[in-house]
Each structure stands twice: as structure tokens, then as C-alpha cells.
Design a protein around this ligand. Structure first.
Ligand SMILES: *Cc1c(COP(=O)(O)O)cnc(C)c1O
Length: 389
């Protein structure tokens, strides 16, 4: 078995060779992390500008303390799905905090942001329904859309007029309609036109759903992109992750109470997947407490990103995410390794994560980055050979 022309190993090796030839092969590199962007890779100390830990809360003493206490009290794992015995007491407090921050009646926590999108979309849409989504929507949103079996169309990025065109063409024949977008786009750092999309949702009797993976903790005084855009009460489905600015792990949906209660019966990724480890839930709760205090902490990532964009004459950052598009995947890899030589970890982002021809460096800025490190990064980026970028 397995030695013939069609062996599994040969199939995979052939795929890997093709990916390698087009600079699209990916791999895992052991990297450990510490406070203030510290990262260690291959024995070298680097400063990471590619983590989504925007507030440094994964390293915050109060967050680590909360996780340690929950670990000691409840153990390492949760033992079962939340529907069985995994719904330990920490979940209630966390969900109440999320609903409060997002201004909704209720919230539900999932195992991850990916699992949240995978479960949410089919819970509210199916055959006979319509989904319109921004063309740059995250892979997990696509996974949810496919699982839902609803009719789906994609509007041009951040183009509310194109969304209207699709609504005019397709809304009539569908029972329910969901309009989906990221609040802050994960690979571009720009913000969705949420007020315009909320108007369209009203006009065409659709539910607006935002994936605010990169908005919570950094926009709207920490409450996220809907609060920033002044439409928090108009986004029916506010989804997000606990794995980025919250510094822990998990995903969530904030919505009206009946919608949240329906998830326990209909969201398969909630029902059929084991609950989060108690330590992760406790860490998220402690982190949200810090986020709710708002102030200088939540303002810092955007300010740092703007220090970077101003120094390099780039368009002013709209979020802590700053892309530098270089086009060709091989050039993106070369620029990333040049920065690594200079002591900075900045991952090259290549297709299919981003559209063909838009490979890029993706810089992310965090509250605990030292300004001196940002200034050294600026110098290193200026030294890159990015002519024609
Ligand atoms: C990271 C991300 C997710 C997935 O969240 P995880 O908690 O990491 O699974 C979903 N949507 C967007 C836009 C993201 O950037």
C-alpha cells in the first residue's frame, strides 16, 4: 500500500512542489512570544509586528492570574460540550460582559471565531435565503456561508452601491437575507461602511452581520467597529473573537436574546464541539474588564499604527493593521525575511489569504509595543527594496 503512482505521499509531495514553485508553500515555524512584541525564533530575539494581541492582554498579569486561578479551581479541560457538562459558571459572566460591551440583550461564546462563523450563518440562513457578503470576507465567513446552503453573492469590497445592486437583483425571491461584512478588514486594515450597510439592511429587510475580529478592543472606545460607526443598535448579528485584542481564545455572537437562545439548538459548532478550557474563559473575562475601562489602553494600538503610517507617508491607518502591498508572493517573502534579518517578525501574506497579485506585508501594532521599536521598524522598512510596490 502506498508505494504506487498514486500514493498519498506522492500526491502531497507533488502539491507541495507546485506550491513551492509559485512561492505559495506555507509551513509552521516554532516561535515563542513574550510581552511588548517579544518573539523568539530559531534562538534569535525578534520584535513581532504581526500578532493580533493588540492590547498585549495575553501577557497582562491580571489576565494570566485569572487564567491560573481558573486552571487551579476547574482543571485543564472542560470535559464536554457546553450543552452537556461543559457550561461552567465562568461562561455566564463572560457572556454578560460581551452583551454589555456590544449593547445587545445577550451573547453566546463559541470555541473560536472560526467555529462561531461556521455555526452562526447556518443557524439563521438556509436554502431559500439570501446572503450578500463583502468579497474580502474572512475564510471562516465563507465556511459558514457554504455550510448554510443559502444563495450567496459577493459585493465589491466596501462598495455599498454594489451591495444595493445585488439586493435589487436578488432580494425579492428570498425569504430572509443576511448582509455580511468584517468591521475592520483583517488583511487590509480598512473599515466597512457600516452606516450605509445598515441603511441598506433596513431598506431591504435584511439582517446585518459584522465580524468584528479586529475591532473589539481597539475601535469605538474598545467596544468595536459598530460603536465607532454609531450603528451598534442596528447590527443584528455582532460576531467576533476572543483570540485577538482580548488576548485569550474563543469566539462569540452578540444579538437579541431569542437569537442567542436559538444557537443552543441550531449552531452545530456549539452543540457538537467541546467547551473552551475554563482558563481561557476566565482570561477573556479579565481582559474584557480591562477593555471596558477604555482610555489610553484601547487608544494605543491605532495611535502606534498612525505613528508608523505617518513616518512612511502611507495612507493614515484606520485600524492597528497596516498592509504594504508588494504584489508578487516571492517579493513579499523576500521582504519578510529581510525584516527578520533586521530583527522584526512581519509575516508575508500571500494568496489565497489575499487576492492574486496582492501579496503583502501585514504590520500590526499593539499597545505594548515600545515607540523606539516602531521607529526602528520604520527605518528597516525604508531600507527594503520595495520599488514598484
Ligand atoms: C481571526 C479571524 C477569525 C477567526 O477567529 P479565531 O478566533 O482565530 O478562530 C474570524 N474572522 C476574522 C475576520 C478574523 O480575522
Amino acid at each position: 500500500m502506498g508505494d504506487g503512482k498514486h500514493s498519498l505521499a506522492q500526491f502531497a509531495a507533488g502539491k507541495l512542489a507546485a506550491l513551492e514553485a509559485s512561492s505559495l508553500r506555507r509551513g509552521l515555524t516554532v516561535t515563542s512570544r513574550g510581552p511588548a512584541g517579544a518573539a523568539t525564533r530559531g534562538g534569535r530575539a525578534l520584535v513581532s509586528f504581526c500578532c493580533n494581541d493588540y492590547l498585549g492582554l495575553s501577557q497582562h498579569p491580571a489576565v494570566k492570574q485569572a487564567a491560573a486561578a481558573a486552571l487551579a479551581q476547574y482543571g485543564a479541560g472542560s470535559g464536554a460540550s457546553r450543552l452537556v457538562t461543559g457550561n461552567h459558571p465562568l461562561y455566564e459572566a463572560l457572556e454578560a460582559a460581551l452583551a454589555r460591551i456590544k449593547g445587545t440583550e445577550a451573547a453566546c461564546v463559541f470555541g473560536s471565531g472560526y467555529l462561531a462563523n461556521l455555526g452562526i450563518v447556518p443557524a439563521f440562513a438556509g436554502a431559500g435565503d439570501l446572503i450578500l457578503a463583502d468579497e474580502l470576507s474572512h475564510a471562516s465567513m465563507h465556511a459558514g456561508i457554504v455550510a448554510s446552503r443559502a444563495e450567496a453573492h459577493f459585493f465589491a469590497h466596501n462598495d455599498a452601491a454594489d451591495c444595493r445592486r445585488l439586493l435589487e437583483a436578488h432580494r425579492g425571491g428570498a425569504r430572509h437575507c443576511i448582509v455580511m461584512t468584517e468591521g475592520v478588514f483583517s488583511m487590509d486594515g480598512d473599515r466597512a461602511p457600516l452606516a450605509a450597510l445598515a441603511d441598506l439592511a433596513d431598506e431591504f429587510d435584511a439582517w446585518l452581520m459584522t465580524d468584528d475580529a479586529h475591532g473589539l478592543g481597539v475601535l469605538g472606545g474598545g467596544r468595536g467597529s459598530a460603536a465607532e460607526a454609531g450603528v451598534a443598535g442596528r447590527v443584528a448579528l455582532q460576531m467576533g473573537t476572543l483570540s485577538k485584542a482580548v488576548g485569550s481564545y474563543g469566539g462569540y455572537l452578540c444579538a437579541a436574546r431569542p437569537a442567542i437562545e436559538l444557537l443552543a439548538s441550531r449552531a452545530r459548532s456549539l452543540v457538537y464541539s467541546t467547551a473552551l478550557p475554563p482558563a481561557s474563559v476566565a482570561a477573556s473575562y479579565a481582559a474584557l474588564d480591562l477593555i471596558e475601562q477604555g482610555g489610553a489602553l484601547v487608544a494605543a494600538p491605532l495611535a502606534r499604527a498612525r505613528r508608523f503610517t505617518a513616518a512612511l507617508n502611507l495612507p493614515e491607518a484606520e485600524s492597528p493593521i497596516v498592509p504594504l502591498i508588494v504584489g508578487d508572493p516571492a517579493r513579499a517573502l523576500a521582504a519578510s525575511s529581510a525584516l527578520e534579518q533586521a530583527g522584526f517578525l512581519v509575516t508575508a501574506i500571500r494568496p489565497p489569504t489575499v487576492p492574486a497579485g496582492t501579496a503583502r506585508l501585514r504590520f500590526t501594532f499593539a499597545a505594548d509595543h515600545a515607540e523606539a521599536d516602531i521607529d526602528r521598524l520604520v527605518t528597516a522598512v525604508r531600507g527594503l527594496d520595495l520599488a514598484g510596490a
